[in-house]
Unconditional design. Structure first.
Length: 106
């Protein structure tokens, strides 16, 4: 089932590689089955689509799971800054709560 969904998402990404949502969906799908591939895709999103706010929550969580705490914290901070700039209060709250939980786990 996962591979079928992944194949569908990869097809969609191939059809429109410039849409950040397509890359984001594939990165999310890879999180469990290939975290390194997911990391690469999130890095690409952060570089090529820095204004795509949904990336930050999941990318930071992935880096935290990969024990790259410094990178995870930077991503949370960048996401909080972007959410503030975009005046997206819902995303801002989610990122701030996730960052606080991340720090408290230490």
């Amino acid at each position: 089932m996962i591979h079928n969904r992944l194949e569908q998402l990869l097809d969609i990404l191939e059809e429109d590689p410039r849409d950040p949502f397509n890359l984001y969906a594939v990165a999310i799908e890879y999180q469990e089955i290939n975290p390194d591939k997911s990391r690469q895709l999130f890095e690409k999103l952060l570089m090529d689509h820095a204004e795509y706010l949904p990336t930050y929550y999941h990318a930071a969580a992935l880096f935290a799971n990969l024990n790259d705490r410094e990178r995870a914290l930077r991503i949370y901070d960048e996401g909080i800054e972007l959410a503030t700039k975009q005046q997206n209060h819902h995303a801002l709250r989610e990122l701030m709560n996730a960052r606080t939980s991340f720090i408290m786990e230490d």
